[in-house]
Design a protein around this ligand. Structure first.
Ligand SMILES: Cc1cc2nc3c(=O)[nH]c(=O)nc-3n(C[C@H](O)[C@H](O)[C@H](O)COP(=O)(O)OP(=O)(O)OC[C@H]3O[C@@H](n4cnc5c(N)ncnc54)[C@H](O)[C@@H]3O)c2cc1C
Length: 247
């Protein structure tokens, strides 16, 4: 079977890529190894999905760790305001919370997942779940298609790798895409997690007495060993699911 575009991975990136690729009538195939699309999206934002932020672009970029300016070009084409319009056009009402964070009024990430899958289907994208991709096929410097673990091969003029990173692997993302991208000539930089739980041996953390507490408009500062504040962040601070460390 030959397609104009094959999208590997039906998470948030793959669903959006499928919608964009099929907008002008291209024949698009979306393949995912899991039995369900958008699994990580479904648990995002504490199950409520923080879809974007309503602040100005400069303010957003200021908060990207490292050199956020590389995002100017992408955000000029499709900005946070476009994301808000996009979801509202799909019938999802959004609300703004602290620091410009935008959530669905339903407070359910499922609303977002269902809307994206619904749009993918309406635009005629062929969806294949339970279909793990084994490799992306290249020939003479061009992409040819993909081969599934079952041995089946699909041909395509373009392949979009949207198979996710390595976090929360039980949602399906096990980092398979890095090697495929590298084989296609992309550079893979050193990988590291950007969002990790704060762990502490403090007695008041271990006793879980803060669990369920939601602090409004507080400032959290990280101090170095010399007692100097390195960074501060102001906002709400919910203690949703504390895990005590044992050592
Ligand atoms: C607890 C938590 C809360 C979060 N909260 C937010 C939030 O509120 N707002 C926000 O913007 N972001 C949030 N994030 C981050 C956000 O969920 C991720 O950035 C986003 O899901 C990444 O999307 P993705 O499409 O790149 O990858 P994923 O969502 O991981 O999707 C990758 C897909 O590729 C498929 N796949 C992998 N390998 C293969 C293969 N070999 N063959 C076929 N298919 C394959 C997987 O099955 C999966 O469906 C949160 C993340 C977590 C873990």
């Amino acid at each position: 079977m030959t397609y104009d575009v094959i999208v590997i991975g039906g998470g948030s990136a793959g669903l959006m890529a499928s919608i964009a690729a099929s907008m002008d009538g291209a024949k698009v195939l979306l393949v995912d190894k899991g039995d369900k699309l958008g699994r990580k999206l479904g648990i995002s934002g504490g199950g409520r999905c923080n879809v974007t932020n309503n602040k100005d672009m400069d303010e957003l970029i200021k908060h990207i760790p490292g050199n956020g300016r590389f995002l100017y070009s992408a955000l000029t084409h499709f900005s946070n305001k476009d994301i808000i319009d996009f979801f509202e056009n799909l019938g999802i009402r959004l609300k703004e919370e602290d620091n410009g964070r935008m959530f669905p009024v339903s407070d359910k990430a499922k609303t977002v997942v269902d809307a994206l899958i619904g749009q993918v289907r309406r635009q005629g994208v062929e969806i294949r779940t339970n279909s793990p991709v084994k490799m992306v096929l290249y020939k003479d410097g061009s992409v040819q298609g993909v081969r599934l673990q079952s041995g089946e091969t699909m041909n395509s003029k373009a392949v979009i790798i949207a198979s996710g990173g390595c976090s929360v692997p039980h949602t399906g993302s096990t980092g398979d895409g890095y090697a495929w991208a590298e084989a296609g000539g992309h550079t893979i930089t050193q990988l590291f997690p950007t969002e990790v739980p704060l762990t502490s041996k403090e007695a008041f953390i271990r006793s879980r007495e803060l669990q369920g507490l939601s602090l409004r408009d507080v400032t959290l500062s990280v101090w170095n060993a010399k007692g100097k504040s390195i960074i501060s962040h102001r906002g709400d601070m919910p203690f949703e699911s504390l895990t005590c460390i044992s050592a």
